[in-house]
Design a protein. Structure first.
Length: 106
C-alpha cells in the first residue's frame, strides 16, 4: 500500500491524498512505512509545542533525525512543499536538502 500525505490545517487535500492537520499525525503515518509522498504546509495554527506552534518543519526535523540515527527503516518519501510563508519555506527546503544528502549515504 502507498500513502500520499497532505499536511495542512486549512486547505483540503488533493484527490488521492490523506489529509493531516498536525505533525504527529504525519509522523504516525511515516512510522507505518507506507508513505510514498509528503506535501507539507508550514503554518498550522497556534496549538502545539512549548512555544505554542506546530509546523510542517517539525515533520522534516523528525524525519532528518530518524534517518541520521538510522532509526527510519523505510524508503524515504518524495517531499514537496506548499507553504506560503517564504522564510519558513526556505528553512524547510534546507531540511529537505539535508534529508536528500542523508538519502544519498544510505
Amino acid at each position: 500500500m502507498s500513502i500520499k500525505v497532505w499536511l495542512d490545517d486549512t486547505r483540503p487535500a488533493p484527490k488521492g491524498w490523506v489529509r493531516c492537520f498536525w505533525p504527529d499525525e504525519v509522523i504516525e503515518l511515516l512510522e507505518s512505512g507506507e508513505v510514498t509522498h509528503l506535501d507539507l504546509d508550514h503554518d498550522l495554527g497556534d496549538v502545539g509545542n512549548s512555544n505554542g506552534e506546530r509546523t510542517g518543519n517539525d515533520v522534516l526535523l523528525w524525519l532528518e533525525e530518524k534517518i541520521f540515527t538510522k532509526e527510519f527503516e523505510y524508503k524515504i518519501p518524495s517531499i514537496f512543499l506548499h507553504a506560503d510563508n517564504a522564510s519558513a519555506r526556505q528553512k524547510m527546503r534546507a531540511a529537505i536538502i539535508a534529508i536528500d544528502r542523508l538519502r544519498e549515504k544510505i
